[in-house]
Design a protein around this ligand. Sequence first.
Ligand SMILES: Cc1ncc(COP(=O)(O)O)c(C=O)c1O
Length: 437
Amino acid sequence: MRTTETEGSARPRATAPALSRRPWLEHWLSTVSDLSELKASHPMMDAVIDEVDGRMIRIGDRWLADFASCNYLGFDLDREILESIPAFLEDWGTHPSWSRLLGSPVLYEEIEDRLTGLLGSEDSLVLPTITHIHMSVIPLLAASGTIFLDSRAHKTIYDGCQIAKARGAAVRRFRFEDPDHLDQLLSQERDPTRLVCMDGVNSMTGNAPDLVAFAEVARRHGALLYVDDAHGFGVIGERSPGESCPYGARGNGIVRHAGESYENIVLVGGFSKAYSSLLAFIACPSDVKDLLKVAAPPYLYSGPSPVASLATVLSGFGVNEKRGDALRSNLWRLSDRVLTALRRLGVETPNRSGLPIIEVPLRDHGRIDAVGRFLFDRGVYVTLAAYPLVPKDEVGFRIQLTALNTDDEVDTLIAALEELTAGEELRLREQELEEAA
Ligand SMILES: Cc1ncc(COP(=O)(O)O)c(C=O)c1O
């Protein structure tokens, strides 16, 4: 039998300090109260996944179709990649525990060479995560100049800019998807050191920015364009007459997809989404790479990625060359099935691109808890986009497709979307609303 520590003793029970004695904690809890209430009570938040079988996941005794995975190409369960890992572990052990400045297994050289070839950039450097890159590289590139920040950029870019600001940079925001506004701000700016920071494929809308227009504005004003393509790398790539789907070929990212050169563009991307591995990169000129090797703290101090991650990136390159375009073609087809269903139902989504990130806003942000539970009950697992992760008028859920989802799973999802539409939970496209009025 469990006993409490105060039983049979006069010693007062040791309890957690009262919240009232920790005003900083109360302040933050009230700021994120919508999210923390959901996290505490909702089966689709902070969940413990007990088992996976393809893209079916088990939480307790419930099996659900997973539409929250960023493993876009299905490399997490690819047999060829899985079976390649033990040989790397035999050769290198589980983890190279040098910082990269001290020494890197030759696997790093091989990864950077192959990556540079795939991207068609001058050079590239890999570090554990994109977050590490933003925090260390943005302040270096901005120095004490001015950063022009996409107002809807990913939180990790924002945080990198905050560090730059603390080190003397100024930060000005331009409107999302608006190169003319960026042009205006750059025209008014007298600071000669200019860095433009923005997302590639946006993690909420699923759309790519007009990179050609942004690159033209940045070059005309002598600004360096820094683009985070976490969700585009591995999914979109160079256009070619023989491409198997509108995502383009080879998954070599937004710069190649837009037919742009790397002149004045620094591309950041990661392997933690499409390649199902823990590694990230910056594609940049060789002199910038040399600078980062002595000035970027993650190169100097951070622990490197585990060998299994280096292995899965290298094997992933091979699978990408052999089967990547077929996987992307299937990913496009599955995404198109969901987008076609939403169009048929008249349901709004910001996705105009056909990419596998499909946000579905709710009519009433207060219904997020109930809608999430409904989806869970129907066996559909999605990312809940609750306030303050997104503004209140964008509260909803995000569907992500991967090449491993099956048509049966997509059928289950579409049936649930039909029920939610009939229950008037989802926001309708304006045209549909006008017709109903
Ligand atoms: C656009 C974007 N940038 C950066 C990150 C963080 O990437 P990493 O896990 O490599 O730090 C994410 C992850 O969600 C993202 O969506």
